[in-house]
Ligand binder design. Structure first.
Ligand SMILES: [Zn+2]
Ligand SMILES: [Zn+2]
Length: 271
């Protein structure tokens, strides 16, 4: 018997270009793990939408149709909701607005994987570009996203560090970004939005959650109460990983509940 895992609200099926398993295999695995609250959150990368390699609309449409059916099929085992990870929403507002009004989502994670005009942090060559300059652009754009406010929780606040520090060993003086990070948190709080603890960093070289305890504590201190936790698994094998550890961290920081979204509304689940 594997340990009970309360939730996994960030993960990808093969409806994402980089996901391996079908939505049904993902929910079956979530049931096996005893996950109580589960959101499937496939990618909708607004700026890569028309990329020849991957057209996002068809899989999003399919996800919006099959997820309610799966939720019903597995209703006696798990609470399941339909989410998306909305990447770079401000980089094509017309498209973002159309996608948000065309399909029904339970939960929207707002993420920034690449700054406007730049490639994904994962793909950049840091011997040719200043990581520090990009961090500045990153937090500026995340702040704009928080002000825009049409998503539920901010995905992996410290995403660039996964690559800049984790993969490339470049240290960033994060203290100088503290004022803007505080502003991002305050804006999210004011707009009744939340943050996630993304456990994927625990499986990667950076070896800490995104964001780590320091920032989650800061969010709490500023009045943040909406918190979700997700593995960012791209295959069944990674589902639920690191969740228990991060739930313990949330408790230690004084959170007594986590949020699970249905119909874009948080339901607070005791931890
Ligand atoms: Zn992401
Ligand atoms: Zn993701």
């Amino acid at each position: 018997m594997e340990e009970k895992i309360i939730m996994d609200c960030h993960n990808h099926s093969n409806l994402s270009p980089d996901g391996e398993n079908s939505p049904e295999d993902m929910v079956k695995r979530a049931c096996e793990l005893g996950i109580t609250y589960y959101s499937l959150t496939d990618h909708l990368e607004i700026n890569k939408f028309y990329d020849e390699e991957y057209l996002y609309e068809e899989p999003i449409k399919r996800g919006s149709e099959i997820t309610p059916a799966l939720a019903e099929k597995y209703a006696d085992k798990i609470h399941m909701s339909y989410g998306i990870e909305l990447g770079q929403p401000l980089q094509d507002m017309k498209l973002t607005e159309r996608m948000l009004s065309s399909y029904k989502y339970d939960f929207i994670i707002g993420s920034l994987h690449m700054c406007d005009g730049w490639d994904d942090f994962y793909l950049l060559d840091y011997s040719k570009v200043s990581a520090d300059m990009l961090m500045g652009l990153y937090f500026e754009e995340v702040l704009q996203m928080a002000r825009w406010g049409e998503f539920d929780v901010l995905g992996h606040l410290t995403y660039p560090l996964r690559y800049i520090t984790g993969e490339n060993g470049i240290q960033i003086d994060m203290d100088k970004y503290l004022p803007i990070i505080k502003e991002i948190f305050s804006t999210l709080i004011k707009n009744d939005m939340g943050i996630e603890i993304n456990t994927s960093g625990l499986r990667q070289k950076i070896n800490k959650p995104l964001p780590d305890e320091y920032y989650v504590a800061l969010y709490k201190e500023l009045g943040g109460r909406i918190l979700t936790v997700g593995s960012d698994a791209h295959r069944t094998a990674d589902l639920g990983k690191g969740i228990s550890e991060c739930v313990m961290m949330a408790k230690r920081l004084g959170f007594d509940s986590l949020a699970f979204y249905k119909n874009r509304k948080p339901e607070f689940v005791k931890i």
